[in-house]
Design a protein. Structure first.
Length: 319
């Protein structure tokens, strides 16, 4: 279990320096100049690059959402299903992959189509999802390992189950003690719950694109192992590896306006299970890929209490 530590002295008026500025290698606050359409992006020289740093000050005259660059009017636009995928050049991403075996690929879909996928999942009621909890307090795992060693058991239920509070308490207690557990919502049957736009990630064209970046050839989408997850307040996924699910793990982020203070951060660790070598605050319409061919310990931190946003993502593997 990775426990967060409270940081040092926080500046009374917010963060006073960018990381680049702290190291003396990048733009200063004076160089951040808002434009009519919102913040002026400035490339970060830190590695791995976060693509852009933007001013915390947003022009109040702009109708653009900070960081997302999306108009709120998109919710009112009809998506006719006609769009073109324009993926970023693979060369820069390949260099980053060679350094840290992890890459964020931004702007996978055009804004309108990304918003369509987000709305489809965000607006589903709680009972549309399965609530999954591990371990199951009422299941005999020791006997199961003897009788059926290949069987993996987690408790799957939906809203209204009277045993949920007891099961949640058990999982959180184990998490506090540093023992593996998880609690979150996810799809139960992607054959009927998958939005059709997500077929992009199965296409040969996209798999070849990932091969250019990662060097892994003949990638195959791992059918039957993909799902959409929905983390809300109190949900988390403890430290674990993905076993032999594939060579590359992916997470397509569908959370809007997500902030680090909300929790729900993806953390990848070294094999000491303590040192964080990659941290991701879910960036909307961005695909994160990781090399898991040799295993890679990782976790999703608990979403803070009182958060009414939803951390939604499409997760799977390429073999």
């Amino acid at each position: 279990m990775i426990k967060g530590q409270q940081g040092g002295d926080f500046a009374p008026n917010g963060y006073q320096h960018t990381i680049d500025e702290e190291f003396g290698i990048g733009p200063t606050r004076e160089e951040f100049q808002p434009t009519e359409d919102g913040p002026n992006p400035i490339e970060s020289k830190m590695w791995p690059q976060s693509q852009n740093l933007t001013s915390q000050y947003t022009n109040p005259q702009s109708r653009q959402r900070p960081r997302l660059g999306m108009s709120p009017d998109l919710d009112e636009v009809i998506d006719d299903g006609n769009f073109k995928i324009d993926l970023p050049n693979s060369e820069a991403l390949k260099l980053q992959w060679e350094k840290i075996k992890a890459v964020n690929i931004p702007n996978i879909f055009p804004d309108l189509q990304a918003n369509t996928i987000h709305q489809y999942y965000y607006n589903q009621p709680d009972d549309w999802w399965d609530l999954i909890l591990y371990p199951d307090v009422d299941f005999d795992y020791e006997q199961s390992r003897i009788d059926n060693p290949d069987y993996y058991h987690m408790y799957k239920t939906q809203t209204g189950d009277e045993s949920i509070p007891r099961r949640l308490a058990h999982c959180h207690d184990l998490n506090d003690k540093g023992e593996f557990s998880y609690v979150y919502r996810r799809t139960g049957d992607m054959s009927v719950q998958q939005h059709p736009y997500l077929d992009l990630f199965k296409s040969e064209q996209f798999r070849n694109y990932l091969s250019e970046i990662t060097g892994h050839q003949d990638l195959e989408f791992s059918e039957g192992h993909s799902f959409v997850s929905n983390y809300e307040s109190g949900h988390y996924n403890g430290p674990h590896t993905d076993g032999e699910n594939g060579r590359i793990a992916f997470v397509f982020h569908l959370s809007k306006d997500w902030k680090p203070a909300y929790g729900g951060l993806f953390l990848r660790m070294d094999w000491d299970w303590k040192t964080i070598n990659k941290a991701i605050c879910p960036p909307f319409n961005t695909l994160s890929i990781f090399d898991v061919s040799n295993g890679a310990p990782h976790l999703v931190t608990e979403v803070a209490q009182g958060i009414d946003n939803k951390r939604i993502s499409f997760t799977g593997w390429y073999q």
